[in-house]
Design a protein around this ligand. Structure first.
Ligand code: PLP
Length: 367
């Protein structure tokens, strides 16, 4: 979860105060901030139509919407990855059991210098004419392993399967270009690298999902819903594009302005510059960590804003946890690795603290 930037927090406070007096809330307020979020997100991912973006309360909601609208012949295969985030697994498991599909989980090899490369090769090899969908993240949430989405997307198109991408762990801190990758669906929870609030996310939908059926039916997604006086004249038609997939009460007057401010901030900072900053910030530290015996994914297959560091053989993992606590370093623990997730709010002092903890852990083991 990202820290809440002051300008994002202030946008939420303005929204809270706005709700004091409902007489001041006009029909237009139910549309304008949501549409501004669609536009800001579309610009960030280089989508040419903002109406291809829907608003969701969580990544799982976008995944469920995609699953509901996929054409999946009985016996066909859905490709997912080893230890993929659960919100992008359970829906596929259910779909597979309900429709008689095979869920194929692609694992990396055991630790090796070429783990990321081999994992990517295995993904490509797993896609065949039996595949109906490939549902995977941009980078792995446990250790930042990068997936070559351009090559995967090309292979997915060759077999006419659907590509469902979970961008939650990179969009905002790493460039994503929908015109280059052309996913059928790109789902992003907003509270991580998009620096937004909890309980809101954005989903980009490609043409495969035009004319689909939403998970729920709400008034605001229907054609003409801006005419409040006539919403009881029921409409069969939805508003244009992917707006039909918006969650009910999506015009949240607190979260939506916060999300807008967050996407604007990330766009000003620029994802490519954030990636470069994290690279510069951590590269010397990582070189020394490797000299100390720590293990890392090789560079082309590792993101710079999210990466795992595995302890050298023979060193008890708990010792590293202790040293990290001594140096006030906050990182996530995943198996026998730590997951480091720097961003623009980190500086060389933070990296020095992490390196000191890594050094102390090894030095104590040698003594
Ligand atoms: C890859 C990935 N996707 C999605 C999520 C969040 O899922 P949801 O919004 O369904 O809670 C996370 C949270 O850690 C994640 O790592």
């Amino acid at each position: 979860m990202s820290p809440q930037a002051k300008r994002v927090e202030e946008a939420g406070q303005v929204g809270l105060r706005f709700m004091r007096n409902p007489a001041e809330i006009g029909p237009d307020d139910f549309f304008k901030t949501s549409d501004a979020v669609r536009h800001a997100f579309a610009d960030l991912i280089n989508a040419d139509q903002a109406i291809r973006v829907s608003l969701a309360p969580a990544a799982s909601y976008g995944i469920a919407t995609a699953a509901r609208n996929l054409e999946v012949p009985k016996g066909s295969e859905i490709v997912v990855l080893f230890e993929q985030f659960p919100s992008n697994i359970y829906t596929w498991r259910r779909l597979a059991s309900e429709r008689g599909l095979k869920l194929i989980e692609i694992s990396p090899p055991k630790l090796s210098a070429h783990r990321g490369k081999i994992w990517n090769e295995r993904i490509l090899e797993s896609i065949s004419s039996s595949t109906s969908a490939v549902c995977l993240p941009t980078v792995h949430w446990t250790d930042g392993t990068r997936f070559d989405l351009k090559a995967i997307a090309t292979r997915v198109r060759e077999v006419d399967a659907a590509l469902i991408v979970d961008g939650t762990q990179s969009v905002g801190a790493m460039p994503f270009d929908v015109q280059e990758i052309r996913p059928d669906c790109l789902i992003c929870a907003g509270y991580k690298w998009l620096l937004g609030p909890y309980s809101i996310g954005m989903v980009y939908w490609g043409e495969r999902f035009d004319d689909g059926i939403p998970l729920e039916e709400n008034w605001v997604t229907r054609k003409g819903s801006e005419n409040f006086a006539s919403v009881m004249i029921y409409q069969d038609a939805y508003r244009e594009g992917a707006i039909r997939y918006d969650v009910g009460e999506r015009s949240n007057f607190i979260l939506m302005p916060m999300m807008l401010e967050a996407i604007r901030m990330v766009s000003e900072l620029e994802p490519s510059r954030i990636q470069d900053y994290c690279h510069e910030l951590t590269s010397e530290m990582l070189d020394e960590a490797v000299e100390l015996g720590y293990q890392l994914e090789s560079e082309p297959f590792r993101s710079h804003h999210l990466f795992g560091i595995r302890v050298p053989d023979g060193i008890p993992f708990d010792r590293l946890k202790g040293k990290l606590a001594d140096h006030h370093v906050s990182v996530s623990v995943r198996g026998n690795a730590i997951r480091v997730s720097p961003n623009v709010y980190n500086n060389s002092g933070d990296v020095d603290a992490l390196l000191s903890a890594l050094r102390a852990c090894v030095t104590e083991s040698v003594q």
